[in-house]
Design a protein around this ligand. Structure first.
Ligand code: HEM
Length: 389
């Protein structure tokens, strides 16, 4: 590997990084557009190898993630993607806007009441958590139930697969993932038998088996809502912090709220990296990547997986928002995110409605704990209080 590529690509073996880290956006796009050479087969693999005990807990729940969509590198991907895409067409997303706005307004009003009653409110729980989950389940034709459990399971599964849990923590997370999977299988069986169209019976009609539908459901029921919750959380945190050149009052206008969301997507998205693996010896920017070499693609700025150098890891607090294209935040090519339009719309509407509903507020905790996983990031809490409290 020469210096020319090493400036954009971190080498495996530097520290303990097992990945070839690709930072240059053109090179990232190049990798994403060569799916035959750079397979997504490792997209959902556990970053930290699971212990025997954790694996046994998962096996007992018949937990399995056969490649179906995000990690599927076979010719079956296109047909399955088409079935899922049918639930998120641009027309269907646009038609959901009033419902999204209604949910966002309801949450923002409730957040205002909580703030008045208690003197502070955590916006992650109050406005970011539920609307994306409700909207996703409704669009998929699935029952809206057990939201608190779904949110907790999502965070646990992200940590199990994209974090660095030690053996003890793996047991807790594996139990949670097993509970989630059992709950999901029940929903799959019930939905496949339901007369009305929903994602799961559409996939069954397409020929997918129950384990394949569960695998897709496990990915989508997390990816289709928790990532958006995290994008909303980071956007509201940066807005309240006042570090992105848009004031709280300005964000009460729809275009400013949308600009801010796009700026966060471009600089500090909830999914800052994604993985690929070389399926054969292949050449990237004139340099050999050996078969089996795992590649970590930087999609947007991030807060530092363990091997990120600080230069690439922190976004400057002085960044100014503008109509920045957020290029790679949703990936690119044949696996590009199917929820991009929905996620952007939900985030912009929730930020807009929250800024409009809560007046005269400031951050109570400017240094909250963050979720920092290999491919996911967001503040765990965004706590506000009144300016003059
Ligand atoms: C801020 C929110 C979100 C972000 C940052 C995000 C990001 C991503 C990224 C980076 C990928 C991988 C793309 C690639 O491999 O080229 C992806 C795939 C995917 N996302 Fe999202 N996503 C978000 C929200 C959503 C939502 C709301 C849904 C659906 C309701 C969704 C559904 C999917 C699906 C189905 C795939 C796999 C597509 C395929 O493999 O063909 N995502 N997303």
């Amino acid at each position: 590997m020469s210096a020319a590529i090493a400036s954009d690509v971190g080498l495996p073996g530097s520290g303990t990084c097992p990945y070839l880290v690709v930072r240059n956006p053109d090179t990232v796009r190049d990798v994403l557009h060569r799916p035959m050479e750079f397979s997504p087969a490792n997209a959902l693999l556990a970053v930290t190898p699971l212990t025997g005990q954790a694996l046994r807990i998962l096996q007992k729940a018949r937990f399995a993630l056969p490649p179906v969509l995000a990690s599927n590198d076979t010719e079956t991907h296109a047909g399955i993607r088409k079935v899922v895409a049918g639930f998120f067409t641009p027309a269907k997303v646009a038609a959901m806007e009033p419902r999204i706005r209604g949910l966002a307004r309801e949450s923002a009003t409730a957040a205002g009441r909580l703030l008045a009653a208690e003197g502070s409110v955590d916006l992650v729980g109050a406005v970011a958590a539920d609307p994306p989950a409700i909207v996703m389940l409704e669009m998929l034709g699935l029952p809206v139930r057990d939201l608190p459990a779904l949110k907790a399971w999502s965070l646990d599964s992200l940590e199990l697969f994209w974090g660095w849990p030690d053996a003890g923590r793996q047991l807790e997370l594996a139990r949670s993932a097993a509970d989630f999977y059992r709950w999901l299988r029940e929903m799959v069986l019930e939905s496949v038998a339901a007369p009305e169209t929903n994602l799961f019976n559409a996939l069954a009609r397409h020929g997918l088996s129950t384990p394949q539908i569960c695998s897709l459901g496990y990915f989508l029921l997390i990816a289709g809502q928790e990532t958006t919750t995290q994008l909303i959380s980071t956007t509201l945190f940066r807005l309240a912090e006042g570090s992105r050149g848009i004031s709280w009052t300005e964000a009460a206008s729809a275009p400013k709220a949308r600009d801010l969301v796009r700026h966060i997507l471009a600089t500090e998205s909830s999914v800052p990296t994604w993985r690929r693996v070389a399926s054969q010896d292949t050449v990237l920017d004139g340099h050999l990547v050996p078969a089996g070499g795992e590649v970590l693609l930087e999609l947007t700025g991030n807060h530092g997986f363990p091997w990120a150098d600080t230069a690439g890891a922190e976004t400057s607090g002085n960044d100014r928002p503008g109509p920045t294209p957020y290029g790679l935040a949703f990936g690119s090519g044949i696996h590009r995110c199917l929820g991009a339009k929905l996620a952007e719309l939900e985030a912009a509407v929730v930020v807009h409605e929250t800024a409009a509903a809560l007046k005269g507020v400031r951050l109570r905790d400017s240094n909250p704990e963050w979720i920092r996983l290999l491919s996911f990031q967001a503040p765990r809490t965004v706590t506000l209080e009144f300016l003059y409290s």
